[in-house]
Design a protein. Structure first.
Ligand code: ARG
Length: 458
């Protein structure tokens, strides 16, 4: 017997039952559903809509059900469609017809909305925790590699040398913005839809603020139609999660490149790599590859939800049931990616010698050579040309700048003196970038300090 069976004369088609049911995935919301129901029924009791004694009995029944669910004693049924009706049916079995009073002044439309708000709120807090944990590892590694110098790249070509700390802290800045975005979206997540009823509100004298307060919401939806049909906060959540995946994916790509023999900058710990079934020598960076790969599926969930919402008329439509699996899968995917990235970074071995070697070759100090000429009065455009010619000469001669004699250098510009060698030394090149946010030690140290402070205040 369906909970809504009154106006029906035939049983539901079996395939319809299967397609319509969401219990296979929305059982993820069991805790939130019971939490929301307890808040609702407590309010019904306080407002005299049911007696306080009835509210107490229903609450006790719901608590028993929650305990049984936690103990793994409950098997949900497809026949009862979703988590909301499964729990209501369990309540009827637990305390008898009194259980039927729980749904007074409520619809599954505001019920499912409150469940999702509670779920996303919990996951937002957890994701911030995981991001902070990752930030701590990035900061630790940056501290250890303040004096490790590697080439910075543009177009994946060696550009100018940088501190590894500076490179790593660029990711800390990305994740810091992600934390800010999650915190900002929290305002909209922490808004209570309960009391909106099916769409238009309810005839019972409910106290929506009381329910919101009970559940720890900061505010309530001011329009019942919006309350039941709003999924903006889920789009925002998926979009923030997509950006976090973008950042993790870019970092993964660098770990993959850097751990290749071609780069030879890092060695990933054995515990985070796998082997090949055929080639005995292989050690593959599968986890960064999977993080990079799974980024696509999170984008897919965002696109799917946007597409579901586009052109949906007000208010609730069953299409909205499609919001859940993508959100649940995103949480699972992102949480494990963040949980893995931290120890991968923490345990990787850095090949400082190779990084330094590459930073010193490949003319990464060419800009500094041009700046040197500018400081001696030459217009920058002219200096650029002179150094370009010198680079060409060095490539032909298979030399670095520092291998050239002073006379050789002077043949490109008479302005070049002995002090140039010091100016194009790798350390000096890095140290010379003292502009705010640059790669000089004082700047990197300052950023590091600021990041630590921000983390402690999160
Ligand atoms: N399982 C449904 C969902 O996830 C719950 C709301 C059902 N509401 C309705 N009017 N059929 O969206």
């Amino acid at each position: 017997m369906k909970l809504w069976g009154g106006r029906f004369t035939k049983p539901t088609n079996r395939l319809v039952e299967e397609v319509n049911a969401s219990i296979s995935f929305d059982q993820e919301l069991a805790e939130e559903d019971i939490q929301g129901s307890i808040a609702h029924v407590t309010m019904l009791g306080s407002c005299g809509i049911i007696t306080p004694d009835e509210a107490g009995k229903i609450t006790a029944g719901l608590e028993n059900i929650l305990a049984k669910i936690r103990a793994g004693e409950i098997r949900f049924s497809v026949e009862h469609e979703d988590i909301h009706m499964n729990i209501e049916k369990l309540l009827l079995d637990e305390i008898g017809p009194l259980g039927g009073k729980l749904h007074t002044g409520r619809s599954r439309n505001d019920q499912v909305a409150v469940d999702m708000h509670l779920y996303v709120r919990k996951q937002t807090v957890e994701l911030v925790r995981l991001l902070v944990q990752l930030q701590q590892v990035i900061i630790e590694q940056a501290e250890q590699h303040m004096d490790t110098i590697l080439p910075g790249y543009t177009h994946l070509q060696r550009a100018q040398p940088v501190r590894l700390a500076h490179h790593l802290l660029a990711y800390a800045s990305m994740f810091e913005r992600d934390i800010e975005r999650l915190i900002d979206s929290y305002k909209r997540v922490n808004t209570c839809p309960l009391g909106a009823g099916a769409l238009a509100g309810t005839t019972f004298p409910v106290d929506r603020d009381m329910v919101a307060k009970h559940l720890g919401f900061d505010r309530i939806y001011d329009n019942s139609m919006d309350a039941v049909s709003d999924r903006d906060y889920l789009v925002e959540f998926l979009s923030v999660c997509s950006l976090i995946m973008v950042h993790l994916s870019r970092l993964s790509e660098e770990l993959i490149l850097w751990s290749s023999e071609e780069f030879n900058y890092i060695v990933l710990d054995d515990a985070f790599c796998t082997g090949s079934s055929m080639m005995p020598q292989k050690k593959n960076p599968d986890i960064p590859e999977l993080i990079r790969g799974k980024t696509g599926r999170v984008f897919g969930h965002l696109t799917a939800l946007l597409t579901t919402l586009k052109a949906l008329p007000l208010t609730y439509n069953k299409d909205l049931q499609e919001d859940k699996e993508g959100v649940f899968d995103t949480v699972k995917t992102l949480s494990s990616a963040l949980s893995l990235m931290a120890p991968i970074l923490q345990t990787m071995k850095v090949n400082r010698v190779q990084m330094r070697k590459n930073a010193e070759s490949g003319f990464a100090s060419a800009t500094d050579l041009a700046d040197y000429l500018v400081n001696k009065g030459m217009p920058f455009r002219e200096a650029h040309e002179v150094v370009g010619k010198l680079v060409l000469y060095c490539i032909e001669q298979e030399k670095q700048f520092s291998d050239c004699s002073l006379d050789e250098l002077k043949s490109f510009s008479a302005l070049i003196e002995q002090d140039l060698y010091q100016k194009i030394n790798c350390e000096q090149v890095v140290e010379a970038r003292k502009s705010f946010g640059g790669t000089a030690k004082t700047q990197v140290m300052q950023t590091l300090k600021q990041k630590k402070k921000n983390i402690n205040e999160t």
